[in-house]
Design a protein around this ligand. Structure first.
Ligand SMILES: [Zn+2]
Length: 466
């Protein structure tokens, strides 16, 4: 057992007390309750205030910036090391076995909203910093522990910080997984639209799949008029037998209502889901739809179907360091009144730009009469693995876990790490612990949290005394 782990264990009781008191605040951003004083609603600000009071009592210099973001500071030097965490949480959602805002420890696991995202890891990093400060270690850098209050939505708070405070020299965000994430792909959505027109025997009245651009649609529903209902129903039954989806076909006054169920997944790993929308379009593409309806169905069923790497557009791309371009077809809607809307969400490595992606999609979309425009984009972010911030954090992780094979990773995005030129994400999900962030029964093993604290102690110590 290392000295750092012993030190972290000595903090366990106080750490859990402070953590649990913060987890009891349901700090979900609430725009309906927003006021001039509390632009994100009162609850995120309540968590911020509670944290800053703790830090104040612990002897840090603290500041609350507009009830949006705040920090606890210690140490002195020309350079600033920043640790970026967040105090807001996702809404609880359904399906919990315990009260999401009354944390419990069961079988060594801490259950409750924020246990793993991000109050648990954030407070582990805070306790690591506090321990080093209390030991009287001489810091050669200023350290700011900065907490945002709307990481799960627009980053208003953290953006405000970077507008009004000097940029830190380097830093990390304990809001992802171990080991170090030193690269995040860029992100952009292309927004496609097509007329809601129909002609002939086969007509698409409506099509709906997906609610969010960053999720693979689990369910798709289409209302269609067809030439022969029975034929289509039997074709559909066979299609369901031959594909990894389930579904139903119901007769309606005008025709049929077809429902397909696939599997949801995060939009940064679209290959892990089963896109119900493109499966349903792939089924419909065998019939003679016409006009805008035909373009919509054909584009989804032929070009977007089973095509998360853009091969069918001749647009596949891999950067040797940052990996593959990925695409999620997250929102697929059509009505005769509003026409068709498609959101293609891309995670792209360096070497590609949103304009490149638009050109690739237009080659296919233009001839089908589908219009393409760009949504807001984020550039790729990459920190050299030889940068001391990456090397020091990796060394602390390897030393505390014994995981000699660990390598820095690139992910689809996006953590606070990308806000700093020399910024990375670091912890606190361990490689073999299930990821329950944003889900019911969110938990983190207490032993993982304490080990994370030891890793953060060693890492921060080495960064401020080098
Ligand atoms: Zn988070």
């Amino acid at each position: 057992m290392t000295e750092w782990l012993k030190a972290a264990q000595s903090q366990e009781k106080d750490y859990l007390n402070d953590l649990i008191s913060l987890m009891k605040i349901p700090s979900v951003r609430d725009d309906d309750a927003a006021t001039d004083e509390y632009p994100l609603g009162p609850r995120p600000a309540q968590a911020l205030k509670a944290f800053l009071e703790m830090a104040d009592q612990d002897g840090f210099k603290t500041k609350n910036i507009d009830n949006l973001v705040g920090y606890a500071e210690c140490g002195e030097g020309d350079e600033t090391l920043a640790i970026l965490a967040h105090l807001d949480v996702m809404p609880a959602g359904k399906g919990w076995d315990t009260d999401p805002f009354d944390p419990v420890i069961k079988d060594g696991n801490l259950y409750g909203r924020g246990a793993s995202d991000d109050k648990g890891p954030g407070m582990a990093a805070y306790y690591a910093l506090k321990y080093l400060k209390d030991q009287g270690i001489k810091f050669n850098k200023r350290v700011r522990f900065i907490v945002g209050t709307d990481e799960e939505s627009n980053w208003t708070g953290m953006h405000r910080y970077f507008e009004v405070e000097p940029a830190p020299t380097l830093g990390f965000s304990p809001d992802a997984e171990f080991p170090v994430i030193n690269g995040e792909k860029g992100q952009v959505s292309l927004l496609l639209s097509v007329l809601g027109t129909n002609e002939g025997d086969y007509q698409l009245k409506s099509f709906a799949a997906g609610l969010r651009f960053n999720m693979v649609p689990r369910e798709a529903v289409a209302e269609v008029i067809v030439k022969d209902r029975q034929q289509v129903q039997s074709d559909f039954a066979r299609f369901l037998d031959n594909n990894p989806v389930s579904g139903t076909a119901e007769e309606t006054a005008e025709g049929l209502k077809l429902t397909v169920i696939g599997k949801a997944a995060h939009g940064m790993e679209p290959e892990k889901g089963i896109n119900a929308g493109t499966y349903l379009a792939n089924f419909l593409d065998q019939y003679e739809f016409k006009a805008g309806a035909q373009s919509f169905i054909h584009f989804l069923g032929k070009y977007l179907h089973l095509n998360t790497r853009m091969d069918s557009f001749d647009g596949a791309f891999t950067d040797p360091v940052m990996g593959e371009l990925t695409m999620n077809a997250g929102i697929l809607n059509f009505t005769t009144a509003k026409g068709g809307d498609i959101n293609m969400n891309f995670r792209f490595p360096k070497g590609l730009t949103p304009d490149d992606l638009e050109a690739v999609v237009k080659r296919v979309a233009d001839p089908l009469g589908i219009a393409v425009k760009q949504g807001p984009a984020q550039a790729p972010h990459y920190v050299d693995p030889d940068d001391p911030i990456v090397k020091t954090l990796m060394a602390a992780y390897v030393h505390q876990t014994g995981d000699q094979n660990a390598q820095p990773e690139v992910v689809g995005g996006g953590t606070y790490g990308r806000l700093m030129k020399r910024g990375v994400a670091f912890g606190a999900l361990m490689p073999n612990t299930p990821n329950t962030m944003h889900q019911a029964n969110e938990f983190q093993p207490v032993a993982d949290l304490i080990k994370s604290m030891a890793i953060y102690m060693e890492a921060i110590n080495n960064l401020v005394t080098d």
